[in-house]
Design a protein around this ligand. Structure first.
Ligand SMILES: Cc1cc2nc3c(=O)[nH]c(=O)nc-3n(C[C@H](O)[C@H](O)[C@H](O)COP(=O)(O)OP(=O)(O)OC[C@H]3O[C@@H](n4cnc5c(N)ncnc54)[C@H](O)[C@@H]3O)c2cc1C
Length: 83
């Protein structure tokens, strides 16, 4: 749904293209990928737990921390047969 909205408003999705490096001169951000180089006035960085790897290429050290947590859930049966 988010992708279709993005496309509807003129966005372009480039699959199989890894962002390798970000650089900024204060007014323009240059994004270097495995296939090309792009410039933009603004960049939204949404790389999940990999965000820090990319902000570090900008020379930014953000107070973000990636934690690995284990979670588990159980489905409780209320039928007499399973007691
Ligand atoms: C096993 C598991 C189960 C989960 N279950 C739930 C759940 O039930 N409910 C819930 O609310 N949350 C759940 N979560 C958490 C949820 O997946 C995350 O909170 C959510 O996906 C974060 O979204 P995001 O867009 O910020 O990051 P992500 O979903 O991690 O997306 C980041 C994207 O950036 C891409 N990317 C990273 N680096 C680069 C790069 N250099 N170049 C190009 N692309 C790059 C990655 O490929 C990825 O597609 C679960 C997570 C895990 C691991």
């Amino acid at each position: 749904m988010f992708q279709s909205q993005f496309l509807k408003f003129g966005g372009v999705i480039r699959d199989e293209e890894t962002v390798k490096h970000l650089a900024s001169d204060g007014s323009v951000v240059t994004v270097t990928t495995s296939k090309s180089t792009y410039t933009s006035q603004n960049v939204i960085l949404a790389a999940g737990p990999w965000t820090l790897l990319l902000t570090e290429t900008l020379g930014l050290r953000l107070p973000l921390e990636v934690n690995v947590q284990t979670s588990a859930s159980w489905l409780m049966s209320h039928s007499k047969r399973n007691r």
